[in-house]
Design a protein around this ligand. Structure first.
Ligand SMILES: Cc1ncc(COP(=O)(O)O)c(C=O)c1O
Length: 372
């Protein structure tokens, strides 16, 4: 039970501080609120997180994925290999461009796509593979990139949860044809809502800039069919403030995770794995519970420890995917995905946790008991 002086510890705590508020007000007072100088400066600043790649800001992580697939020319008749153990946006973007989603299983050690499963899922129609850097842990890009090169597949990185994560020194978003980031409030940094596409290809970046703005570079001189996926300057100004802080926040998340790794000792609980060479940025600190997960979560909630399951239903079991697959008699064999969906629980790891909070989280997990 939470005692009177022990406030519940929320699972996430988005920061909207005085600096963010001042930045937003400054832009609002300027009268220049749609995509303008703040967006350009945010793009330039974010580029430092992705080894200097071109950055194109849009209005959400989902739009980033959607625009990137469009810019790569992926559409009807194409297949894209996606993990089912992700947020629905990963697969939704594929369906939004009219391509077919092919689900491949994950590795339990990274929660990212299993390279062997990807290779087995390739068909003559495969146009792209979408590794998701889930929870802030990089997918196995060292093994996925050679497979994609061998089969001439575009690599679309979903780095929406993984700002500043890296594998063997290369930041996520700098491996594939393009990378995508989300700036939703609960992410490691935010812009209220927002997204970013990153790419080394200047032509692709230009196409993305056209696509987000009705196909126009010069006003009313439309070059291609595009949408309105623009980021506002208010959002970009908030994002720029957060960009100055994300480095420190990431180190705090990593330190919080190290504390929990060292202090969680319950026998029926596994702390998050970290692959060799991976820099995990702990968007989520996700344990696995062997036993009655619902009971474990209820006990954590009772102890005032915020907790959540990302994601209880793998994408292939969600109605818009499950029903057409059932009709077509298509069944996916995704044992690691199913196992993870049944066992994972994410605990608070955000940078505003105090040492007392961390001790309470570890104690609550350790007192779950052996016979859940
Ligand atoms: C893995 C993943 N992909 C895509 C998205 C979509 O980002 P957004 O919510 O900004 O559209 C999210 C976040 O919500 C995500 O976690």
């Amino acid at each position: 039970m939470t005692s009177i002086n022990e406030q519940p510890i929320p699972a996430a705590r988005p920061v909207i501080g005085e600096e963010e508020i001042e930045a937003a007000v400054r832009v609002l007072r300027s009268g220049r609120v749609v995509q303008g100088p703040e967006v350009a400066a945010f793009e330039e600043g974010f580029s430092e997180l992705v080894d200097g790649r071109h950055c194109v800001a849009v209005n959400s992580g989902t739009s980033a994925l959607h625009m990137l697939l469009l810019a790569l020319g992926i559409g009807p008749g194409d297949e894209v290999i996606v993990p089912s153990f992700s947020f629905a946006a990963s697969a939704n973007a594929v369906r939004l461009v009219g391509a077919d989603v092919v689900f491949a299983d994950i590795e339990p050690g990274s929660y990212g796509l299993d390279p062997a499963a990807v290779e087995a899922a390739i068909t003559p129609r495969t146009a792209a593979v979408m590794p998701v850097h889930l929870y802030g842990h990089p997918a196995a890009m060292d093994k996925l990139m050679p497979i994609a090169e061998k089969h001439k597949l575009a690599v679309v990185e979903d780095a929406c949860q993984a700002h500043a994560a890296a594998l063997n020194g290369t930041p996520v978003g700098a491996f594939g044809a393009g990378g995508t980031f989300s700036f939703y409030p609960t992410k490691n940094m935010h812009s209220l809502e927002g997204g970013m596409v990153t790419t080394a290809d200047a032509e692709l970046a230009r196409t993305l800039r056209l696509l987000r703005n009705q196909g126009m570079e010069a006003r009313y001189a439309n070059e291609i069919v595009g949408a309105n996926m623009r980021m506002t300057d208010v959002a970009a100004a908030v994002g720029r403030v957060q960009l100055t802080k994300v480095g420190g926040w990431t180190e705090q998340r990593r330190a919080n995770a190290a504390y929990l790794d060292a202090h969680i000792t319950a026998p029926n609980v596994t702390t998050p794995p970290v692959a060799e060479g991976a820099r995990h940025v702990y968007h989520q600190y996700t344990i696995r519970v062997q036993g009655d997960r619902d009971a474990a979560m209820a006990k954590l909630t009772e102890a005032g420890i915020g907790n959540a399951v990302y994601y209880p239903t793998p994408i292939h079991r969600l109605k818009p995917y499950w029903e057409p697959d059932q009709k077509a008699g298509r069944n996916w064999d995704l044992p690691e995905t199913e196992r993870a969906a049944a066992e994972v629980v994410s605990l608070p790891v955000h940078p505003s946790l105090s040492e007392g909070d961390l001790a309470r989280i570890a104690d609550a997990v350790n007192s779950l008991g052996e016979n859940l």
